[in-house]
Design a protein around this ligand. Structure first.
Ligand SMILES: [Mn+2]
Length: 359
């Protein structure tokens, strides 16, 4: 199906589903691409005569993303259980092709549309599915619908600047400030840009960090252990609101010219939370993490799931009740080193050296 037909098809599907309210359910911690495409989808529903609500389960966890939501007054409903979705009739997914795994989706809710740029584990069963691989951002796909005539921006005197600004920021962050952008992403950004609010865009583009995140990145740098092109670093404890300091530190460490793969981990609530980032095509994060951390009692791997491509989570169990924070951290650090040394054997030696240092 060509892309003109795609946008006609989406228009037809949305226009024929105006009898019940729609919900756009975001996957995981909402990021700018998900937020921007959810706003674009909500705008389309409303133009075609349906009401739509953006919902999410996990918190918006990066300071810059919270700033985006606040500056643009993005209306978002945070839910904690599937029953809260019973008030809606239609479900749309943006920037994901499966519903949030942590809640049970009511059977009365009909999966209507899926628009995404990730490769799906299974082809979703929805009335409308548009999954493109020649774009880095779902916002690009929504900009393409508009440019092809589905509720074009600036046409009807509506103020679309909040939606346009969020979409532009979604494309900007997903393409790593356009360095990864495909021709379609550039085209979408060029189309959207004139409708953005320039001041808001530069404010959200500042990518502010919380003090706690910056301190966590600082601890990661002082804990950094480098073996050839592999690096590992611990951030200690971070609050759930600032857990993105972990992938953020991993991204930062990866910028060092001689490092190709980085693992950063810390304690978040009652678990070890970690991130693996790599620039090497030969390193598959899921395989690496499975080899290092294995799986839990029910056979589920601790890391590398679809949920968080380069993430791993290991529950602390009873250790979580330990009141000696320093002792707990030493234990966590030793455990992580021991596991990772299954893949990077030289790390075991470092662990031995540290043990004798602390004895
Ligand atoms: Mn995306």
């Amino acid at each position: 199906m060509g892309q003109v037909e795609k946008r006609q098809d989406l228009e037809r599907v949305l226009a024929s589903a105006t009898d019940k309210p729609h919900v756009i359910l975001l996957w995981g911690h909402p990021d700018p691409d998900a937020i921007g495409s959810a706003m674009a989808h909500k705008r389309l529903c409303e133009r075609l005569g349906a009401s739509a609500t953006i919902a999410h389960v996990l918190p918006v966890s990066r300071a810059e993303n919270r700033a985006l939501v606040k500056l643009l007054s993005v209306p978002m409903l945070r839910i904690s259980e599937g029953a809260e979705l019973e008030q809606f009739g239609y479900l749309s997914l943006v920037d994901a092709s499966a519903s949030e795994a942590s809640i049970r989706i009511p059977e009365s809710l009909k999966l209507l549309t899926v628009v995404d740029h990730h490769r799906p584990a299974a082809v979703p069963k929805a009335e409308f599915v548009d999954i493109r691989h020649d774009v880095c951002s779902t916002c690009t796909i929504y900009a393409d619908y508009a440019e092809r005539g589905l509720a074009p921006f600036g046409a009807d005197g509506n103020d679309d600047s909040a939606v346009a600004t969020a979409m532009f920021f979604g494309i900007q962050t997903n393409t790593d400030d356009f360095t990864l952008a495909t021709p379609a992403d550039y085209r979408a950004a060029a189309y959207i840009k004139p409708f953005c609010d320039a001041e808001t865009l530069s404010r959200v583009g500042r990518r502010t960090l919380t003090a706690e995140s910056m301190e966590a990145v600082g601890r990661a740098l002082s804990d950094l252990e480098v073996i050839r092109d592999f690096a590992i670093a611990g951030v200690g404890r971070v609050s759930a609101n600032n857990r993105d300091a972990i992938p953020m530190a991993a991204d930062f460490i990866l910028r060092r010219e001689d490092i190709d793969t980085a693992i950063v981990y810390g304690i978040v609530e009652d678990r070890i939370d970690g991130s693996l980032r790599t620039r090497r095509a030969s390193v598959d994060p899921a395989t690496f993490m499975q080899a290092a951390f294995g799986e839990d009692a029910s056979g589920r791997p601790y890391g590398g799931g679809r949920a968080d491509m380069g993430g791993f989570r290991i529950p602390l169990g009873m250790l979580g009740e330990c009141e000696d924070e320093e002792g707990l951290w030493r234990l966590v650090r030793q455990t992580v080193y021991k596991r990772v040394s299954r893949v990077v054997p030289e790390l075991e030696k470092k662990r031995g050296e540290q043990r004798s240092k602390s004895d």
